[in-house]
Design a protein around this ligand. Sequence first.
Ligand SMILES: CC(C)(COP(=O)(O)OP(=O)(O)OC[C@H]1O[C@@H](n2cnc3c(N)ncnc32)[C@H](O)[C@@H]1OP(=O)(O)O)[C@@H](O)C(=O)NCCC(=O)NCCS
Length: 173
Amino acid sequence: MKLSLVRPTFTLEKEFLAIIKDFRINGEQDIEGLYTHCGENFHEYVLQTQLIEAGKTFANMIVPYSTYWSILDQERIIGFSHIRHYLTPALCIEGGHIGYSICPSERQKGYGKQQLQLILNECCKLGINEVLITCDFDNVASYKIIEANGGVKKGEAISPKSKKVVFHYQVHL
Ligand SMILES: CC(C)(COP(=O)(O)OP(=O)(O)OC[C@H]1O[C@@H](n2cnc3c(N)ncnc32)[C@H](O)[C@@H]1OP(=O)(O)O)[C@@H](O)C(=O)NCCC(=O)NCCS
């Protein structure tokens, strides 16, 4: 099974709706928050990913970011990732450069590790060579993925939102 990244595209609406359904039936309602923000209008969502990447962000979205869908065997979308183009003081505490998820039905099959590897390649292309990834202290799957991709724990902070400890990892590319 080959995992690759695709950019949001109007042609994959059926596949996009299938992954959203996968998250939701497993109780993860708002994993791709921009879609909700766009009133669940797929066309508007795809358009907004392009505008946000170009720096024409919504007021409450802090920095420009690029969105990627992870697609299995050119058929099914199974994950979402985002690369933030730069950090703010708030993102240095929680958020970092990268956010990612694999849909519940495809977890624990190694795709999370593969997906982060692909995303780190994209960071390189964007000229981000010192990557900050943050993760909740109790998100075992996430920090295993980060460590498997060369992440080194550099520190931790308290999340202003959840008040939980957040680990800070650096990946040098
Ligand atoms: C984090 C996430 C992307 C992991 O995806 P995944 O495809 O299951 O990851 P992998 O299959 O590559 O597993 C990586 C490792 O974590 C382990 N793992 C996966 N899920 C686990 C769980 N729920 N509990 C404990 N370990 C887990 C795997 O066994 C594997 O361990 P190994 O290195 O010893 O073999 C996925 O759980 C997810 O989308 N979570 C919700 C969103 C999220 O938390 N994103 C990260 C924010 S920082």
